[in-house]
Write a protein that binds this ligand. Structure first.
Ligand code: KG4
Ligand code: ZN
Length: 330
């Protein structure tokens, strides 16, 4: 039994094959980063055209690089990321998989992209206890859930505006840092002073107490705006004038603010669920080593589980794995 999973929700065309025992047979990601870089962000129309161009070479590579000799005829189930995502990419993935499913007469399994991110840590760590607290931090979403089982997930809170990943990408853009902003900010922040600038932490403070509807929720748009105003102020509306050291200091201080917000909000959730000892973190931003290492330090009395770096950002394996979990449910 082999499960083929296809991911095409944003700017990665990716696929993986796993077997029923969760062994990875093949995993390939074709990133469109270099194409979208030119525009400073993902252009949906260009992304969908590239998914169409990439999907056949992706399949060739997937079978060529497989750890054992298999062909498309050996695939028993096909899973695809069905939502949420950019509509063009979703359509490419869905139609491609529908075609294979019809041709091979095998089940087609729609997989929610967020469910797939959330499940990724469970493929690599078999000792995670239920219920656990899940923090999903990606480019499109930032939210907390309680995972009672693979099939019982209760969303607790969410961002009321931007996601963490989006904030990284937008702050990078303001500073003229190349797309994708997240990893580039992390790199630059290494040579910056994280205490140099103090930025605001939205939805945190006495006003946002237990009685506030946003007590547990995130918000990042105010932080983004504050940094934008700050950048324009110190550069006389010409961010290009900002020297490299100041750029690094802004990156480091911004990243520290994100860390402080995450620590604060995780703590609030843990107060609500004091018996939870295990925390799973997933999504593209979970590949940020500064954030994760500091969270592990801060919550040293808890167990924090994060997928291996390359499986934090969008990939096909998370779709195959989530597909397998859904097969096992039925
Ligand atoms: O999960 P993902 O690949 O796609 C979505 O489902 O949205 O997440 C992509 C996001 C982007 O905003 C990217 O900038 C961010 O994850 N990201 C990072 C890092 N690597 C990727 N953010 C901060 N630090 C990183 N090292
Ligand atoms: Zn994602």
């Amino acid at each position: 039994m082999y499960i083929l999973g296809i991911e095409s929700t944003c700017d990665e065309t990716a696929a993986a094959i796993i077997d029923y025992n969760e062994s990875i047979i093949s995993n390939i990601v074709i990133s469109q980063i270099n194409i979208h870089k030119e525009y400073g962000g993902v252009v949906p129309e260009i992304a969908s055209r590239n998914h169409i161009e990439n999907i056949y070479p992706l399949m060739d590579k997937l079978f060529q690089n497989a750890s054992k000799k298999i062909s498309i005829n050996d695939i028993s189930h096909i899973a695809y990321a069905s939502e949420p995502g950019l509509i063009g990419g979703l359509l490419v993935g869905k139609n491609f998989c529908k075609g294979i499913s019809k041709f091979l007469n095998i089940p087609l399994i729609p997989v929610n992209h967020l469910y797939a991110h959330l499940m990724m840590p469970f493929m690599f760590y078999k000792n995670i206890k239920f219920p656990n607290l899940a923090l999903l931090i990606s480019g499109g979403h930032s939210e907390f859930s309680i995972i009672n089982s693979f099939y019982d997930i209760k969303k607790i809170s969410h961002t009321i505006d931007d996601s963490v990943g989006e904030s990284f990408d937008k702050v990078a853009k303001m500073l003229g840092i190349e797309y994708p902003g997240g990893p580039n900010i992390e790199k630059l922040a290494k040579s910056g002073n994280k205490h140099k600038f103090k930025f605001p932490m939205p939805l945190i403070g006495p006003k946002f107490n237990e009685n506030s509807e946003n007590y547990l929720n995130f918000s990042f748009s105010g932080l983004k705006t504050a940094i934008n105003i700050f950048i324009n102020k110190i550069s006389d509306n010409n961010p290009k004038k900002i020297d490299n050291q100041t750029k690094s200091d802004i990156c480091a201080s911004f990243q520290q603010t994100i860390l402080d917000i995450l620590i604060y909000k995780i703590s609030l959730h843990l107060v609500m669920y004091p018996h939870i000892n295990d925390i799973v973190i997933s999504g593209g931003v979970a590949s940020n080593q500064f954030l994760i290492n500091n969270l592990i330090d801060k919550f040293s009395n808890k167990n924090i589980y994060v997928p291996p770096l390359k499986f934090c950002t969008d990939n096909g394996l998370m779709i195959s794995y989530a597909g397998l979990l859904l097969i096992k449910k039925t």
